[in-house]
Design a protein around this ligand. Sequence first.
Ligand code: PLP
Length: 856
Amino acid sequence: MRTVLPEPLAPLGELAANLRWVWDAQTRAVFAAVDERIWEAVDGDPVRLLGEVSVERLNDLRDDAAFLRRLGDAAESLRTYLTQPRWYQSLEGAPAGIAYFSAEYGITSALPQYSGGLGILAGDHLKTASDLGVPVIGVGLLYRHGYFSQSLSREGWQLERYPTMDPGGSPMSQLREADGSPVRVELRLPGDRTLVAHVWKAQVGRVPLLLLDAGHEGNDPALRDVTDRLYGGTTDHRLRQELLLGVGGVRAVRAYCRITGAPEPEVFHMNEGHAGFLGLERIREFVTERGLSFEEALEAARAGTVFTTHTPVPAGIDRFPRGLVLSHFTGDGTVPDIPVERIMALGTEDYPGGDPELFNMAVMGMRLAQRVNGVSLLHGAVSRRMFHGLWPGFDLDEVPITSVTNGVHAATWVADEAMELAQRTADPRELAQSRGWEQVREVSEKDLWDMRRTLRQRLVLEARRRLRASWKQRGATDAELGWIDDALDPDVLTIGFARRVPSYKRLTLMLRDRDRLKAMLLHPERPIQLVIAGKAHPADEGGKRLIQEIVRFSDDPEVRHRIVFLPDYDMALARVLVQGADVWLNNPLRPLEACGTSGMKVALNGGLNLSILDGWWDEWFDGSNGWAIPSADGIDDPDRRDALEASALYDLVGEQVAELFYDRDGGNLPSRWLEMVKHTLASLGPKVLATRMLRDYVSELYGPAAESARRLTGPDTAPVRELAAWKQRVVDAWPGVRIEHVEVAGVDAPQVGERAEVHASVRLGGLSTDDVSVEAVFGRVGEGDGLVKPARVALEPVRTDDSAVTFAGEMTLDRAGAFGYTVRVVPRHELLSGPAELGLVAYPEEPAGMLNGNLR
Ligand SMILES: *Cc1c(COP(=O)(O)O)cnc(C)c1O
């Protein structure tokens, strides 16, 4: 039930209905002032606050002029925020709309619709889009039981609870037709059944987030469960969720635009493979509404689609049994009008090492999106290797997967105290735009250290509160819990460590040598303390065992005041933790952490990172903004690798981190530590912000995708028909493309800096010289006779006789050492994203040559 607010307090309803309060301190302060006690009791959730506040209190506030003024200011600030032009509005020709699809969203702990990094990133993406004025429409599912909340048994075993969420009692509104009836999104399922989803809208600042909900009376009970839990249930269940997200999601976007008049998106962004089916629905639209063939519709949909892959862990990639997918698309299935064999081909792993029985959602994503990216530089490179099989014949660096490194939404993750300090030296708007971070060096050491102590102290108090609650839940009585009052110390070096618990994250690495860890925790002059949190997937018994190991270790009375495991890791706990930790520890198995973002949050709060060189840290660790744990990458024996890395970790913490933290000057300030903190803020501040990330997406992916889509499918569909026909012609002709002969002239005893003339005689199998690019490929010869990072030069047609065309050009021999070259032919068209797009390439049958020996 929603409370009816007296007229002058109506703006409270407006403020609660827009999730901007999550990252706006002014708005939260207004809510806190409504009733401090209830505000705490409802964990800072405005909708629940307004549901519980008493009528008497509301009547008092109605006559409280000071409160009404603050309320008016906050409401005015929201209206300004929603209507003023922002960064995006200054761009020309930028996409009119972008639909962003994700299976999970971490916006606030009050909406538990996320499990970990992927969801948090999606939440930060939407908030930042709002701040920058990027016209994103978010699309997801509404899980009635969300992700589980975690507690512990007496023995330290993870217990799961699935609280039920009532969308009516949440900051969401139902999307309705003009006549007031709920919008219905229909999805055909096998067995002649139709699932009907309703659509809820959460307003995230300027960005609407549409969530599809199957859990209503209009569905038969078996179908209501489709959106019951995040990542729960069977394979069948997950496939249906993904069909609803992708296919239903596009339909929800169409309904939203029809009803509100919002511009139709020009770009569709799949945040990970779960959303891949959206491409099929868009193909269906092009087929039925624009009269395109499947091939033409595929080109049209691809042009405006971006796919982001998020994991290099093979088990993390979504794959379904082919038979199951087939059963959903045959006959009168989910997207009739598309031949089922075409759909199946999109997800087939038809490359060496692929499994013919599986339908791979990432592979389909890459075939349905003309632009693909990973989420850090290293992850981009790892993904190019991982998916190389889709573009055989091309060098790794040509595999068309780029990267945009993740970032974090500062206003969500940075403590007010830290923000305030940074803003003393630099303009807040500049900081948000990634400028002015250098000036943070001018903050006084004392102020910086005081701020750090405030945040550490807050973490300690919150940790004690949670620890007590957890122990009571585990069956302890208050009389046994006196020790908690002294658990953790606001002046001890505090290391934070929190994550989901898949095995690659190695939750228990620090326990390798328990005696050594104990000695560091209890060190008489330079102790450390550890605050740990994390959830294991409900089906992951191994992960739960790891949690139990940590819990048992930290239950030991000898160390329990220096190491704590806090259950139920969520965004609220993450905030205090990333703000209060002096050091963030991250020890994944390199290179399995695609990016990681927790350490970025820590850096913005004046904490330091201690991490394996993986994900974002591999990219931005500069030798003095934290510490790199040496990774024993090359060692295959996992046990030995863990032992080596753990030992390096202990050495670093004991000898460098603790030493620096406790090295105090006359004013009891750790000057060298604070220098490192300042360097971290100055060097990482501008990079780790999600504003940087979003601007990268706009300029490198969204903008070019919209441009491609516009060129192909304006009012006139001729260009897309031509492109599809051209592609078909090239594919058909390709077996006849042959390089018959290659000749190099002009160098006898080659020297660095000289040029060599290349001639290649090529049969084009009916294609014209405009349809292809003929290139000399040359460079240093590495092990196995392959070329290392070769250079490429286009050759020009110089002569045509009977059936072959001679192409010629020059190579500049610019590197010493063994030198090799070859020639290749690739398709060429101005609307291709690059030479590898079609996966077609021809090399000479005889391997081409090696120039005489070594260059001097
Ligand atoms: C930031 C955050 C994550 C991401 O964690 P990484 O280990 O850095 O990928 C996960 N869960 C929560 C609650 C977070 O706040």
